[in-house]
Design a binder for this molecule. Structure first.
Ligand code: ATM
Length: 231
């Protein structure tokens, strides 16, 4: 049996049980549209579940009823313009709700959480894409989720041309999908720079290859994370 952490004095059985639960791992999936985030997220969740972990999948913006309402506002392509700063604040408002109401509680009960996007999306889209200041984004990130950082971030990467062709096949474009190629180039470049700056957290997967090759790479990445963890 794992020894109890020093904060557990063993005097209360319930407290001791709570203290012995190992925090779940927090994995985020990032990338521009059309790189196959949903399919690959499901694949990753299956691998992790097959090793005996409980997995909660979430997405951003969204993940809880209120945060999903904010998602609607952010994605709608209506007549009234949404200023870039409002977009940034709504992203973090939705994130605050998802972190407090869903992500942190799940991690604390030992569930692994896989999130389709997190703060690296804000760095890439609102920072790289819209040109908002990086230090303001980091200030908001600190305010909203402080010490909570992903244990692993998988960046699904493909050239913008390839991913836009795939995304094009999905019907009516939302407020982000109407952006021009130059916007998505900046987003992709920001993602790649983030990954280069934090190689221990990021794993970059080349998604311009066939699905079998992408999933073989994901299996290796998942195994690396899983073998660090004692069940
Ligand atoms: P998807 O769930 O389809 O990826 O859409 C969410 C959109 O929100 C996505 N758009 N595109 N293309 C990226 C955008 N987004 C941000 O701009 N900033 C963020 O912080 C997050 C989480 C998402």
């Amino acid at each position: 049996m794992r020894p109890l952490p020093s904060t557990c004095d063993g005097s209360a059985a319930i407290a001791a049980r709570a203290c012995s639960v190992q925090r779940g791992k927090f994995i985020t999936i990032e990338g521009i549209e059309g790189v196959g985030k949903s399919t690959n997220m499901d694949f990753l969740a299956e691998i992790i579940e097959s090793r005996g972990h409980v997995v909660m999948k979430t997405r951003e913006p969204g993940g809880t009823p209120i945060a999903e309402e904010i998602r609607q506002i952010l994605k709608e392509h209506g007549d009234e313009p949404l200023p870039d700063v409002a977009e940034l604040l709504l992203m973090f408002a939705a994130r605050s709700i998802n972190v407090n109401n869903a992500i942190r509680p799940a991690l604390e009960r030992g569930t692994w959480v896989i999130s389709d996007r997190f703060t690296d999306s804000t760095r890439a889209y609102q920072g790289g894409g819209r040109g908002l200041a990086r230090d303001r984004i980091e200030w908001l990130a600190q305010l909203v989720h402080g010490d909570l950082q992903p244990d692993l971030t998988i960046l699904l990467d493909a050239p913008v041309k390839t991913s836009m062709q795939r995304a094009d096949r999905r019907g009516e474009p939302d407020r982000f999908e109407v952006e021009q190629r130059a916007f998505f180039n900046r987003v992709r470049e920001t993602y790649l720079a983030l990954a280069a700056a934090e190689p221990a957290r990021f794993a970059v997967v080349d998604c311009s290859r066939d699905l079998a090759s992408v999933q073989a790479a994901l299996r290796v990445i998942a195994d690396r994370l899983l073998y660090d963890v004692k069940l």
